[in-house]
Write a protein that binds this ligand. Structure first.
Ligand SMILES: [Fe+2]
Ligand SMILES: [Fe+2]
Length: 332
């Protein structure tokens, strides 16, 4: 059977389980937190005092912090790109004979949860008074317009490897930003980022379960897809990031350096995520693989140690590139 058809068959075979995945890993709309739970309530008379307090607390946070927070927000705000990309994946079908395709339902419900992240962060940034909202909005519009290419094609296996990896990466970075905010006495922002990180963790657990389930159906195909993604490297969803007047992707490297310097998301985190995925999918002990897949398995098992050796030699520039999103007088 051609490779593509196997993937479609596997996606169809797993589809009846997707509803159960939604129950286990997503929360009911009526119960889950909303941005308003964390932000000053504009219906209340003390709204302006609360905003004042928020702005006061924001003063303690430095330039690198805001750059990272802005880039995280913009990454979340480019959600339309991710939803349209996933809807186009083989086996995820919002049209077709069965309009109630479980995978399409999953993508919509996942998007609906994700949508709250950009919403709450954007409103917070706007109220904080520490960032240039117009520049941020221009970057966001560019990013959605530029789209992305994460090297997964329409392959569900590769896409689920990507999302398993990426959801954990965002969990780490939101969690660290939250901790930093808390340390500087900004309890509200700390809470907000921590609760976003909690969503990302649930999503990570779901996607890694999708992969595990696929491994049960088509271990060779799945492991080849995993190895292929790691050979290409997992690029961040905002890898096309640019500022006003800039070219596609120009701002991304500067942002990565910033996140690395701040310790919000580092080369070591990348390796740790890979180790965790290898362990959960028990890659080392996968048997009954094709010859090619056995090679892919061995490559994946050795990869973390190899990346450790490379990362020891990596250097990150100390100088602070000046983003248009954050005023230079906010530099610490
Ligand atoms: Fe998110
Ligand atoms: Fe996410």
């Amino acid at each position: 059977m051609p490779e593509k058809n196997i993937r479609l068959e596997v996606m169809k075979a797993i589809e009846p389980q997707v509803e159960g995945f939604m129950d286990s890993f997503l929360l009911p709309v009526e119960d889950i937190w909303q941005p308003s739970d964390f932000l000053p309530d504009s219906e209340k008379d003390n709204f302006l005092e609360e905003v004042k307090e928020l702005r006061g607390e924001s003063k303690e946070l430095g330039y690198d912090f805001w750059v990272t927070m802005v880039a995280d927000t913009i990454t979340e705000e480019a959600l339309p790109t991710y939803e349209s990309w996933l809807m186009d994946v083989e086996g995820i079908d919002q049209h077709g004979e069965n309009k109630r395709n479980g995978w399409a339902k999953w993508v919509r419900a996942w998007t609906a949860e994700e949508n709250r992240h950009g919403d709450v962060l954007n409103k917070y940034l706007y109220l904080s008074g520490r960032v240039n909202m117009r520049e941020i909005e221009i970057t966001t519009q560019h990013l959605i317009s530029d789209g992305f290419d994460i090297g997964t094609d329409r392959d569900p296996y590769k896409n689920f490897v990507y999302t398993s990896f990426q959801e954990l990466a965002t969990n780490i970075s939101h969690k660290r930003v939250g901790l930093m905010a808390k340390k500087k006495g900004n309890a509200l922002l700390g809470k907000m980022c921590t609760i976003i990180a909690g969503d990302e963790m649930r999503h990570h657990l779901a996607y890694r379960e999708f992969v595990k389930t696929i491994l049960g159906e088509d271990p060779s195909g799945m492991i080849l897809a995993f190895a292929d993604m790691m050979k290409k490297k997992i690029v961040m969803p905002a890898h096309f990031l640019r500022e006003s007047g800039g070219v596609i992707g120009a701002a991304f490297e500067n942002f990565s350096n910033c996140a690395q310097r701040l310790g919000v998301y580092t080369a070591q985190d990348y390796i740790d995520i890979l180790r965790k995925l290898n362990a959960y999918w028990d890659v080392e002990n996968l048997r009954s693989l094709s010859e090619e897949a056995e090679k892919a398995r061995d490559y994946l098992v050795k990869l973390p140690a190899r990346l450790e050796r490379i990362s020891e030699r990596m250097k990150f520039p100390e100088d602070q590139y000046r983003f248009k999103w954050v005023e230079a007088n906010g530099m610490i």
